[in-house]
Ligand binder design. Structure first.
Ligand code: ADP
Ligand code: MG
Length: 695
């Protein structure tokens, strides 16, 4: 392998490449457009496009694509070649400013949640110059946003950029109040920790459930699961190590700072964490990371499972989004400072997050609601479906002291007068012990742990950015007119803690007693997608997002539809896959074994007429019983799938949850019993044991 410094970013049209390849004027004009958020002038775009093309062709690229993030949650691309014919029958490689700036993919094949019905079906992609172009598989990828001609946003990137802009505006107001005049831009930062499973490709191919749905729909528990905790941070096996090394190299080429890779709790489960970056870049990079994981796995005879719950009774995969707010002067605004005024500013930002998460817990919950994530949240694993925040005991004590207006009796016993007194120094380590909290402060950032592993981080980041910006706006409104800034600040912080401390919880989030306690506190507990999703369009949420021009009401309603529709489709595909597996493979397997058993019983009886064959008959009855119930449930499933109401997406989603999922669970229970019972060579699929210990 070449030197990492040489590989890193070698496939990215980044700052260094731009400086090297663009005329000074062009570079300056481009930077200016990005900074001001104004359209890139056509003549500038032409020069940039040509330089990009030359660079890409030198690196072996033959095609270009507008790379965008439709509401499917994955990325989309439509490849065009650079080839342009000449009169003499030969070709030249061409790429114009027009092609760089705007593309017109067929919007009708992407989900729009009804927007297509009411508006123009066509959509266009527009270059997002805040994100660098890059080369992936001989294709120059231009990061773009995706809109309909009616102006409705059809992607995840546009609202994300808007939410970051709202944060910039409001956070700057707060900084000015604290006398900070040097910061000119505030952004949010993310570092998404990505969990995944690696299994052997040959075994994967033998499982229809994995191929069609990304998860196992059947599978008896193996003798050894994760109970020994021997996989977590354990030695990395050679095949996995090779995968990780190749993955690192691919990601580094794309300028993605893959940093830590280790084993996770479950067998075959691993995690990758990048160095954090601005949220829009982090979002692009996470999408690319997921894509590369799949590709590199494939090359190595492996399959990377990004599903939230590939195996029942084994830990699922999530994505921890580490999130903070940073200035262009390099200051992390969620890092407690070293002076009283920095502490006060930190506490104000902290309070904005506390208030925002409390007031918009339903919205945050809705952004992580998917059919797959329902197996984690509210199931018997981390984190629970109730949103609460962990800030560590020391910070909790400080906030309590402030609320009660009394001295803080911790390490530094000073009367806490915000803006005057110093916070005691609290170590980051002391704050990062709670692994069960859905939303934990980890010393200088928050970690939102409810995201599903396959999910785009855009949705949750849009919500976080916007709700915190809203609170900052309210704070700035209250403080800008204050006669006595410190007094007003004290009062504001005190009031916020008093009104929103119910969201703070430092205990064990898995504990049943917490769920009861949370209900007493009035926190919401939406266990499933059909319960959580309708709150996405609660009046207060629509008011918030339209006020900040992140989403229009129409866009929110359409997004809600898209998510519910997706839920229904996923469950339907899973149910149909189960039906096929039961009908084509599992019942036949059971019959083959039953036949074998009965033949044996008859043979024994013939040879030794005085043997009563109780064991054989019991085995036959046992297996026949489960096979019979499998057959009955299959009939019920067919019937349920044929009777889905002709209704709105919400009603349908509720139907799938209440009528279809319980039958799927019954089917699985019977099939898993049969699996435990029939001889190994009769079972048509690789078992959990084989899948989980295959690599
Ligand atoms: P650990 O979880 O082992 O303590 P870190 O806290 O250093 O490790 O980092 C975990 C993840 O959080 C990494 O992806 C890292 O890039 C990210 N992260 C660290 N600081 C920030 C920040 N200020 N904003 C966003 N993400 C951050
Ligand atoms: Mg962490």
């Amino acid at each position: 392998m070449a030197k990492v410094e040489e590989i890193f970013g070698s496939m990215v049209f980044n700052e260094a490449t731009m400086k090297q390849r663009l005329p000074k004027e062009t570079y300056r004009a481009l930077k200016n457009s990005v900074k001001e958020g104004t359209p890139v002038p056509r003549d500038v775009a032409n020069v940039v496009a040509n330089a990009m093309k030359d660079w890409a062709v030198e690196k072996g690229a033959t095609h270009f694509t507008h790379w965008f993030q439709p509401m499917t949650g994955i990325t989309a691309e439509k490849h065009d070649s650079f080839i342009s014919p000449l009169d003499n029958g030969s070709i030249i490689m061409e790429f114009s400013g027009k092609e760089l700036i705007k593309g017109e993919p067929d919007a009708s094949s992407f989900p729009s949640g009804g927007l297509r019905v009411t508006f123009e079906a066509r959509g266009y992609t527009a270059w997002d110059p805040t994100s660098y172009a890059f080369i992936k598989e001989n294709t120059l990828c231009i990061p773009t946003v995706f809109c309909s001609y009616g102006g409705e946003v059809l992607d995840k990137k546009t609202p994300l950029l808007r939410s970051m802009e709202v944060m910039n505006t409001q956070a700057l107001r707060i900084l000015r109040l604290f006398g900070n005049a040097s910061v000119t831009h505030v952004t949010t930062t993310v570092g998404p920790e990505q969990e995944y499973f690696l299994i052997d490709k040959e075994l994967y191919k033998k499982r229809k459930d994995l191929r069609y749905t990304g998860r196992t729909l059947f599978g008896a528990k193996p003798p050894k699961g994760q109970e020994l905790d021997d996989h977590y941070f354990g030695a990395i096996k050679p095949r996995v190590a090779k995968f990780m090394a190749e993955l690192d190299e691919e990601l580094w080429k794309l300028g993605i700072m893959a940093k830590t890779e280790h084993n996770e709790v479950a067998p075959s489960q691993h995690e990758l964490a990048p160095v954090f970056s601005d949220t829009n870049i982090g979002c692009d990079h996470n999408q690319l990371t997921m894509e590369m994981m799949k590709k590199v796995a494939d090359r190595n005879g492996l399959v990377c499972l990004l599903h939230e719950k590939p195996f029942a009774d084994v830990n699922g995969s999530g994505k921890h989004v580490n999130w903070s707010i940073a200035t262009d002067t390099g200051v992390n605004l969620l890092d407690p400072g070293k002076t009283p005024s920095e502490n006060a500013q930190f506490l104000l930002f902290l309070c904005a997050v506390i208030k925002g998460v409390d007031e918009y817990q339903d919205m945050l919950r809705a952004t992580v609601a998917t059919a797959a994530n329902d197996h984690r949240l509210g199931g018997n694993e981390a984190p629970p479906a109730v949103i609460s925040m962990f800030i560590g005991s020391e910070l909790t004590e400080i906030l309590t002291a402030i609320e009660e207006g009394r001295p803080y009796n911790g390490r530094a016993a000073s009367h806490m007068n915000i803006g005057v007194d110093m916070l005691p120094v609290f170590r980051k380590d002391a704050t990062d012990r709670n692994r069960t909290s859905p939303f934990a402060f980890t010393g200088n950032k928050f970690e939102f742990r409810m995201l599903g592993s396959s999910q785009s981080i855009a949705g949750p980041c849009i919500v976080l950015n916007t709700v915190v910006a809203e609170e900052l706006e309210q704070f700035a409104d209250a403080l800008e007119g204050a006669e006595d800034f410190n007094a007003a600040l004290n009062e504001l912080i005190r009031k916020t803690i008093r009104e929103h401390k119910r969201i703070l919880f430092d205990g064990n989030g898995y504990d049943d007693s917490w769920i009861e306690e949370a209900e007493r506190r009035g926190l919401s507990n939406y266990r499933t997608t059909p319960e959580a999703m309708p709150h996405y369009v609660d009046a207060k949420n629509i008011a918030l997002f339209s006020k900040h021009k992140v989403f229009t009401e129409v866009e929110m309603r359409s997004r809600c539809e898209v998510h519910l529709e997706n839920y229904c489709k996923v469950i339907r595909i899973e149910a149909l896959t189960m039906a096929e597996m039961v009908r084509k493979d599992i019942i036949p397997a059971s019959y083959t074994y039953l036949k074998r058993l009965s033949e044996t019983a008859v043979a024994i009886k013939t040879a030794c007429p005085d043997v009563d064959c109780v064991m054989e008959i019991n085995m036959l009855k046992h297996l026949r019983g489960y096979t019979d119930s499998l057959y009955m449930d299959l009939g019920r499933l067919d019937e349920a799938l044929a009777s889905v109401p002709e209704a709105g997406e919400l009603e349908k989603a509720v139907y799938y949850k209440d009528k279809v999922i319980p039958i799927m669970e019954a089917l699985r229970a019977a099939a898993d019993e049969i699996e435990k019972f029939v001889g190994e060579k009769y079972w048509p699929y690789p078992t959990y044991g084989e899948l989980l210990y295959s690599v």
